[in-house]
Design a protein around this ligand. Structure first.
Ligand code: SF4
Ligand code: SF4
Length: 200
């Protein structure tokens, strides 16, 4: 498939400046759980980063909604795998904004990961219904449950989690290295059970 055909099917991938690879952004307004948490003071979605700054530019919003529609297309799985391989990156982040929409959507992400076995995939989510399906995820996909509240302890029942801390305990080194991942790959690393981010 030509690059323009791939872009037509999937929409473009994004390249967050702090990350070592590419990502796929969906609209934060359409997050199923996140939409509710955005209203909850003290939650990790309150003041959502993806609802401000350049994320609210019309062109960015249009691209996010185009991707959201794209996930429903029959060719999306194969085209996404081709897009990821075309960019030759070993690390892929699902949803630099937005979240999983449905079980069908999750199953498609599993298929994309299986079609790209040499790529490390990281899927953060606030969707608790995903838990029973985590054990069926391909080995190259780390699903991290993002704890809903700031300073909430990591849930032991999930194999991989992320937390947000307002005080000591941050393990993400990005703020100490120009807000970039640098050599760190903890979010993608299945050996890392929890990643603690600092509160912005
Ligand atoms: S899940 Fe992420 S993108 Fe969605 S509302 Fe929460 S912080 Fe924002
Ligand atoms: S923990 Fe590491 S990989 Fe994850 S966001 Fe922070 S610097 Fe990047």
């Amino acid at each position: 498939m030509k690059v323009t055909e791939l872009d037509n099917i999937t929409g473009s991938l994004s390249k967050p400046s702090k990350m070592p690879g590419y990502a796929y952004g969906l609209p934060a307004k359409e997050c199923k759980t996140g939409k509710k948490l955005q209203e909850v003071k003290g939650s990790t979605c309150y003041n959502c980063y993806a609802m401000k700054g350049c994320y609210v530019f019309k062109v960015v919003q249009a691209a996010q909604y185009k991707r959201l529609e794209a996930t429903k297309k029959p060719l999306w799985v194969k085209a996404m795998a081709a897009q990821i391989l075309r960019h030759k990156s070993k690390y892929f982040r699902w949803h630099d904004s937005g979240d999983i929409q449905s079980l069908k959507h999750l199953a498609k992400i599993f298929k994309v990961a299986r079609l790209t076995p040499d790529v490390n995939h990281w899927l953060p989510t606030r969707e608790a219904w995903v838990k029973p399906y985590v054990s069926r995820a391909p080995k190259n996909l780390v699903i991290r449950f993002s704890m809903p509240m700031v300073d909430q302890a990591a849930a032991e029942s999930w194999s991989h989690t992320s937390t947000v801390v307002s005080g000591p305990g941050r393990t993400c080194p990005a703020p100490d290295q120009n807000n970039a991942c640098g050599e760190c790959r903890a979010c993608w690393d299945p050996k890392v059970k929890n990643v603690a981010y600092g509160k912005h």
